[in-house]
Write a protein that binds this ligand. Structure first.
Ligand code: MN
Ligand code: MN
Length: 336
């Protein structure tokens, strides 16, 4: 570690305060709390085989997914930490059917939405997993929270978005609309240090990432696009395939190396699989802030007006060139 320019996440949050109109004391405190929750989750993830954190709880979440012990633990840590400190009026989580309100939080300005653990089927096999979050500001904090106006805002209204990855190291990636910064956790010090400033995605790449087991369940145009990536339809180079099946980890790699990640609609997921409110919007904001693009094929993810907390969307995200080409295929603008 270079010791000449050590920037901790706390230092960085304080610096950003001056750059962002929303960076009130509560906003900074909320980011501090999220970073603390990530540290606690990271500790449990690192010991998951020792602390009886592998396996299922026997419950199902609001989306019908089998809940794993770490899903539940991560949800409780974030929920309890964030709600106790009075900086949000409510939270929405993948593991909670409805909004959960903070006691005495009626006038708090912010709302946190999150996926406590993404890629949780990878927990028991020691493959990278992550956490995803977005922060919204309430339109009017003098009247009771209105789910439609305050929580279900379109992604363009996010005031911050980020994710953590529990991989070969634990990292924390976030944006408040002034570019994307990456912090790496030093567990011996309990600190996140800035390791990548103003992350930018290449405008084109040579990797694609998708669950190709769904190939015959995709629309014909999506199949043609993936055929192109593999060297058909006049493509003179073939792309490499990489697929971890933790969306946040696959998308992180896509941001670093360029290329495309796609989870389009298929016959068993006719409206896609990603959760718009607490997964796709955060990832789309990060991608756009890094100079990339995120679409459902028809429109920009950040412009979709959500109608429910747990609604799903197709998600196609990555380098401008590949995402633009996907849209051309999807919209039938390519003549083969
Ligand atoms: Mn998820
Ligand atoms: Mn999850």
């Amino acid at each position: 570690m270079k010791t000449s320019k050590l920037v901790t996440i706390d230092h960085h949050i304080a610096n950003e305060k001056s750059l962002h109109p929303y960076s009130t004391g509560e906003f900074s405190a909320l980011l501090h709390d999220i970073a603390l929750a990530i540290r606690i989750i990271s500790r449990e993830v690192r010991r998951a085989g020792l602390n009886e954190m592998f396996g299922l709880t026997g419950e199902e979440n609001p989306n019908g997914d089998k809940v794993r012990k770490l899903d539940k633990f991560a949800n409780e840590i974030i929920k309890n930490l964030i709600l106790q400190n009075g900086n949000v009026c409510c939270i929405a989580s993948e593991e909670e059917k409805d909004l959960v309100y903070a006691i005495n939080g009626e006038n708090a300005k912010y709302i946190l939405v999150y996926d406590p653990l993404d890629g949780s089927t990878n927990i028991d096999v020691n493959v990278t997993i992550g956490s995803i979050f977005s922060i919204y500001r309430r339109l009017d904090d003098t009247i009771p929270v209105n789910i439609n106006n305050d929580v279900l805002q379109c992604g363009m209204k996010q005031v911050a978005a980020g994710y953590a990855l529990y991989g070969s190291s634990t990292i924390f990636v976030y944006t408040t609309g002034n570019g994307v910064n990456v912090f790496t956790y030093d567990p011996t010090l309990g600190e996140f240090f800035l390791t990548q400033k103003n992350l930018k995605i290449p405008s084109s790449g040579n990797i694609y990432s998708c669950n190709e087991g769904n190939y015959y369940n995709w629309k014909p145009n999506v199949r043609k696009f993936v055929d192109y990536l593999k060297g058909a339809n006049g493509n003179e180079r073939s792309y490499m395939l990489r697929y971890i099946a933790s969306g946040v980890a696959d998308i992180h790699r896509t941001l670093l190396y360029g290329g495309i990640y796609l989870y389009p609609e298929d016959t068993s997921h006719p409206t896609g699989k990603f959760r718009l409110v607490y997964e796709a919007n955060a990832l789309a904001m990060i991608a756009e802030q890094a100079g990339g693009k995120a679409t459902d094929g028809k429109q920009r993810i950040l412009e979709i007006k959500p109608t429910s907390i747990h609604q799903t969307t197709p998600l196609i995200i990555g380098s401008i060139d590949e995402v633009n080409l996907y849209e051309k295929y999807y919209r039938n603008e390519i003549n083969l």
